[in-house]
Design a protein around this ligand. Structure first.
Ligand code: 2DT
Ligand code: MG
Length: 212
């Protein structure tokens, strides 16, 4: 289909530690945008619904073992395979609200022994660059209040602490740090305000490339 005359949609990414409420806020944001006439679509990585995503899902569920470099590349491939569709939506004027992206890719793999941020970034270089990264943070105390982890791979405190440190190194000026400790509705309001401004601002801009 053809390019929207209303301008392109925005690429908005949520990142942050487990239990910060990313998925909940993504759903609420898409709903709010749609209700006010702003076309928006929920997206998430890993996308467990593709062939590559199926392998990733098995790995996260601990149903199989994969070599660490290999699985890092699969996570990246799972993003690249989505790029044509993502671009199509963006150019048609649909804003994509994305639950995790390349930053999780880097932060999680770099939390493993023997991996540096620089190596981890390479396969995702050139992906569509987000117009905004909403980084949801939670104090360890607040996180503890929200109950235990699930049983998937990476869901333990020492690993998550390393991941959080890595996120700090990835921050750039298109990141907004959001205190996810406040109540769900105030958080939603804050996120809406920031997002709507970015959507307005990026309408006529080209989609840039990540880390180039
Ligand atoms: P969810 O719980 O959000 O489904 O995430 N992960 C994610 C990586 O290790 N690399 C990546 O590139 C991405 C996108 C984070 C599943 C887990 O997968 C991790 C948590
Ligand atoms: Mg999870």
């Amino acid at each position: 289909r053809k390019k929207s005359t209303m301008g392109r949609g925005s690429l908005i990414v949520f990142e942050g530690c487990d239990r910060a409420g990313k998925s909940t806020q993504c759903v609420k944001l898409v709903e709010a945008l749609e209700n006010s006439g702003t076309p928006a679509k929920l997206w998430r990585f890993p996308d467990r619904g593709t062939a590559i995503g199926g392998i990733i899902s098995q790995y996260l569920e601990k149903k199989c073992e994969l070599e660490d470099h290999a699985v890092h590349l699969l996570f990246s491939a799972n993003r690249w395979e989505a790029v044509p569709k993502m671009k199509e939506h963006l150019l048609q004027g649909t804003t994509l609200i994305v639950d995790r992206y390349a930053f999780s890719g880097v932060a999680f793999t770099a939390a493993k022994q023997g991996f540096g941020l620089d190596w981890c970034r390479q396969p995702d270089i050139g992906l569509p660059k987000p117009d905004l990264i909403l980084y949801l943070t939670l104090t360890p105390e607040e996180a503890a209040k929200r109950g235990g982890f699930g049983g998937e791979r990476y869901e333990n405190t020492p690993f998550q602490e390393k991941v959080a440190k890595n996120f700090e190194h990835l921050k750039e000026n298109n990141w907004r740090v959001i205190d996810a400790g406040k109540d769900m509705e105030s958080l939603h309001e804050e996120i809406q305000e920031i997002t709507r401004a970015v959507i307005k601002d990026s309408k006529d801009k080209d989609i840039e490339k990540l880390w180039i």
